[in-house]
Ligand binder design. Sequence first.
Ligand code: F6P
Length: 359
Amino acid sequence: MKVAISTGGGDAPGLNAVIRAAVLSALHRGFEVFGIRRGFGGLLEDEEVVPLGREDVRGITHLGGTILGTTNRGNPFKWPVRNPDGSWSEVDRSDELIERFRGLGLDALIMVGGDGSLRIAYELWCKGLPVVGVPKTIDNDVGGTVITFGYDTAVTTATEAIDKVHSTAESHERVMVVEVMGRYAGWIALNAGLAGSADVILIPEIPYDIQRVCDKIREREAEGRHFSIVVVAEGAVPKGGGPTVKEAAGAGRMERLGGVGEVVARQIAELTGKETRSLVLGHLQRGGSPTTFDRLLGLRFGAAAVRAVAEGKFGHMIALDPPEITSVPLADALAEYKRVPLDSDSVLTARELGICLGD
Ligand code: F6P
């Protein structure tokens, strides 16, 4: 059995743990393993499909990033091609990809990715490619699994940043607005905000009213609390409005969000007269060494993916259904984004602690 592994989309701490576990488990079964470099770039552009052995995955569990490289412009169904005039077009190279995969004598593909890459995995499986998906995203918005690796590290990084911002906010009696990642789901903002004792948390699931946010800041002011911490998910939206877009979608890639923290900070300063600063944590949340939780989840997911390959469970995605690692049909996992349920105990806890959620 020849098994290929590919990492696609934005990176997440824990990817290398998945690769290590998948490679060692595959070798343990007598399978050969190959890594496709740069998402599908290694198959479609540079023919960089490299054999992976024990030596290649030594000492990588604790490392952030992915030894295989990745890209979020690697959709074979919408492959970006540069035109002679410098503009970009998209072409469908999925048949070519399948042909090359078969030409290399590969029998199975383990595709580690977020929602976008798992959709590609599903479409490739529909076209006959034997694929097993492994969910990855710091945003934790993939359905079918209670949690994805990378998320715990991102929340930990965001919480540490909020802790640090607290002391400077208090000394200067300022409002500090911290923008964290989370395109469609506010898991990072909600849980880092809760753990870091934020006063206001704005998530995409609850459109915010800036007046409510300012009421909370004024209320604190009246109580003698002259500083406030506001945590905003990059995908947070004002009531009746849309997300703050930094760059429109282009060939082979989604629109880039970002900047809502600065927008919120400006409005708070104008409406309350409080000195306000904003910062964007951005890709800090995607980097660094994975937490113990993410290492373990990555290792368990990687080993489970090889088990699924051995059992012929193609078209499935590995998932955590505590305490078990299971697998679910990719179609079911992709049926909807996993967003923060408004009646979840974390949302209730935030409200009961007096945290303003912008509504
Ligand atoms: O999906 C994870 C994510 O971190 C999103 O929260 C964010 O919008 C996106 O990746 C940023 O991706 P890029 O690396 O293209 O800036």
